[in-house]
Design a protein around this ligand. Structure first.
Ligand code: PMP
Length: 400
């Protein structure tokens, strides 16, 4: 035999969304997709992005030459300022090593590879139960041992804060702690600012190495508040990794725009780490894609365009909240058994419905309502007029 036994393809949200796209049923509703859709169900290209594209097109300096291994340095700096704050002491002290990644996913992967190769204190990665499935997959593929901390409480459908702290405090010294800065995927459950303080204290106590995934900055509340958790850890003087994505905040999903920042203890460590990160990138893909990062740079560097972007982005969290309310109202009207308050309380793009895998299967097969098998729905896949249909489908799946 030439090949070892294949592993089946992972059941990802993107895979399910493609199955939904191929479904000819006029009834279908795709709640699996982790991308913004307008309240009319359309893809969204922000006006600021269109304007940046126009400017790039008109600029005689635009070309298709390679970027360096670490990507576009201007983009990296602007992205770091967006994540850490323009006044960040770590940035001013030159303690931040940044590379442009292949969006959030690619940045996480470079970070995982970096820890696997260079981090000396532990080979254990501690992930929330549950976490975004790609976190599991990446940490495992990077050769790290997976362990879990309690996070989602089935009974309250909120955060198991006490359980989480207990698990962090029981972790071996130096363990890698994977956190999501805001808009937790898949649960939609985030710690409060006060709870973040407790998480920081536990991380300090056990000297945990924090790997912060902040893919939803600007998508949950606003650009500042959604960066607060990241900045709390950085400003407390911890060394940490931050993975950043512009998929959601600029709607640049397919252009793969993101960055990885290592906040180091000293400028020397940061310089060495930047070279080490680039060395890891060389055999992976050599250089990241150029166009999307040029769009993001054009927006971030121009005060007027940046303001336009911020205005447009500020509309999106409210739109997702409206759809939470519409779904909740429809579930009440249709009389779907169970309590659905959590749909209103959870935040960001996702809600963790509590539907079982079998119920999710029923929804997809009988009702053409697509969602990931863990019961996660993306609020952005909902339009007002379809909420009632989705509620009827939930009722049928629950009573089936
Ligand atoms: N982290 C989390 C938690 C996510 O939900 C996502 C998007 N689904 C990402 C990272 C990365 O997305 P992208 O690769 O498009 O930046």
């Amino acid at each position: 035999e030439v090949f070892a036994a294949w592993r089946p393809a992972a059941n990802t949200a993107i895979g399910i969304s493609q199955a939904a796209a191929a479904d000819p049923s006029p009834d279908k509703v795709d709640l699996s997709v982790g991308a913004y859709r307008t309240e009319e169900g359309r893809e969204l290209i922000l006006g600021a992005v269109r304007e940046a594209q126009r400017r790039l097109e008109a600029d005689p300096a635009t070309n298709h030459e390679y970027l360096g291994h670490g990507g576009n340095p201007r983009f990296c700096r602007l992205a770091a300022e967006l994540a850490l704050g323009a006044g960040s002491a770590a940035l001013a002290e030159g303690r931040v090593a940044s590379i442009q990644g292949v969006s959030g996913t690619g940045s996480l992967w470079v970070g995982a590879a970096f820890l696997s190769r260079y981090y000396r204190r532990s080979r254990v990665a501690l992930l929330s139960a549950p976490s975004w499935p790609l976190h599991d997959l990446m940490m495992e593929r990077a050769g790290l041992e997976l362990r879990r901390y309690r996070y989602y409480d089935e009974t309250t459908r909120g955060l198991d804060y006490e359980g989480m702290l207990e698990d962090l405090r029981a972790a071996p010294q130096g363990t890698i702690l994977v956190l999501q800065g805001c808009g937790h995927n898949p649960t939609g459950v985030d710690p409060t600012p006060q709870q973040w303080q407790g998480i920081l204290a536990a991380a300090q106590e056990r000297q945990l190495f924090v790997f912060m995934d902040n893919a939803y900055q600007g998508f949950v509340c606003d650009l500042e508040e959604d960066a607060a958790a990241v900045r709390l850890f950085v400003d407390a003087g911890l060394e940490l990794l931050v993975a950043q994505s512009f998929s959601k905040s600029m709607g640049l999903y397919g252009e793969r725009v993101g960055a990885l920042h290592l906040v180091a203890a000293s400028a020397d460590v940061a310089r060495g780490a930047e070279a080490a990160l680039q060395e890891l990138i060389v055999p992976m893909y050599a250089t990241p894609p150029k166009y999307g990062a040029a769009i993001a740079t054009t927006i971030l560097a121009d005060p007027q365009l940046r303001q336009q972007w911020q205005r447009e982005l500020a509309e999106l969290p409210g739109s997702m909240l409206r759809r939470r309310q519409q779904l909740y109202d429809a579930l009440q009207e249709v009389g779907v058994p169970g309590s659905w308050e959590h749909i209103l309380k959870q935040r960001g793009m996702f809600s963790y419905t509590g539907l079982t895998e079998a119920q999710c299967g029923h929804l997809m097969e009988r009702w053409h309502v697509y969602l990931t098998p863990d019961g996660r729905i993306s609020l952005t896949g909902l339009t007002g007029p379809r909420c009632r249909y989705v509620a009827e489908a939930f009722k049928d799946a629950i009573l089936a």
